[in-house]
Design a binder for this molecule. Structure first.
Ligand code: CAA
Length: 240
């Protein structure tokens, strides 16, 4: 049986690696994206993984698009909430819009997507949800009060939903990546990034595939006793 897995933000970066790894391990994968049709077309052509565009910050769109995916591919049994954005600025320079936008997508997106699939998972008595948090949600990061708050929120959200869902054979876990080779990290000024990498004991950025391996582990049918946890994959940067 091929389980249907939906990966949000699934055509680039950590999401793309996750989509590909799940597919190569037998899942029927659908990748969500928002904004970049060109990236998505290229990704789908290269991998054969279908991509669907909508904003995970939009509650109605999440309801509508997950229903369409379920009608086409079957029930979503694995959900990876990976879509996320940054709008870095020191708090004294941060606009209300930059605050709200990051909260709405990085944390609100988890609510919107989980809300869209959880009832079906409960009825079917099976589900695997992985929410992508961040080392910066655990340690904090100057310039990221919005992002650190959202990603810390994702960890609390994960624990609460894990408690609600355990009796229905649904596991809910988080992965907290460290700094990873993606366009998000490319946007960090080089001087700042050099300082950050200098604090990573492994001495480098993560490869997206190294984060995807954690997701694959957590969504396995055999991982049913593992719930409510946050798996840090950060090269030793922050040992909570
Ligand atoms: N800790 C403490 N203070 C810091 C600091 C740090 N890490 N970085 C900068 N500051 C201080 C500076 O020393 C400076 O202080 P003074 O005003 O007293 O001189 C002040 O902050 C302003 O610094 P800048 O001139 O650099 O300010 P800026 O407005 O041009 O830029 C910034 C600020 C946008 C936050 C920039 O420093 C930046 O981009 N930092 C990187 C933030 C970051 O790591 N983002 C991660 C993105 S990747 C990601 O999020 C993925 C993931 O999950 C890991």
């Amino acid at each position: 049986m091929s389980r249907v897995a939906l990966v949000t933000g699934g055509v680039t970066g950590i999401g793309a690696s996750t989509s590909k790894l799940l597919k190569s391990n037998g899942y029927t994968v659908v990748a969500n994206y928002f904004g970049n049709d060109q990236d998505a077309d290229g990704f789908s052509r290269e991998t054969g993984i279908p991509s669907r565009a909508w904003n995970v910050g939009d509650f109605e769109a999440c309801q509508r698009e997950t229903a369409a995916i379920e009608a086409e591919f079957g029930p979503i049994e694995v959900l990876v909430n990976n879509a996320g954005i940054t709008r870095d600025a020191m708090l004294h320079k941060m606009s209300q819009d930059d605050w709200q936008h990051v909260i709405d997508i990085d944390l609100g997106g988890c609510f919107n997507m989980c809300r869209a699939v959880i009832e079906g998972m409960r009825e079917r008595r099976f589900g695997r949800i992985v929410n992508i948090s961040s080392v910066n949600g655990q340690s904090g990061q100057a310039g990221q009060t919005n992002y650190s708050a959202a990603k810390a929120g994702v960890i609390g959200f994960t624990k609460a939903l894990a408690l609600e869902s355990a009796s229905r054979n649904i596991t809910v876990n988080a992965v907290a990546p460290g700094y990873t080779e993606t366009s998000m990290v490319d946007a960090v000024p080089q001087k700042v990034l050099d300082g950050i990498v200098a604090e990573v004991p492994v001495g480098r950025l993560a490869e997206p595939e190294e984060i995807a391996r954690g997701v694959l582990f957590l969504v396995a049918d055999e991982a049913g006793f593992l719930t409510g946890m946050t798996m840090p994959i950060n090269g030793g940067k922050y040992l909570a």
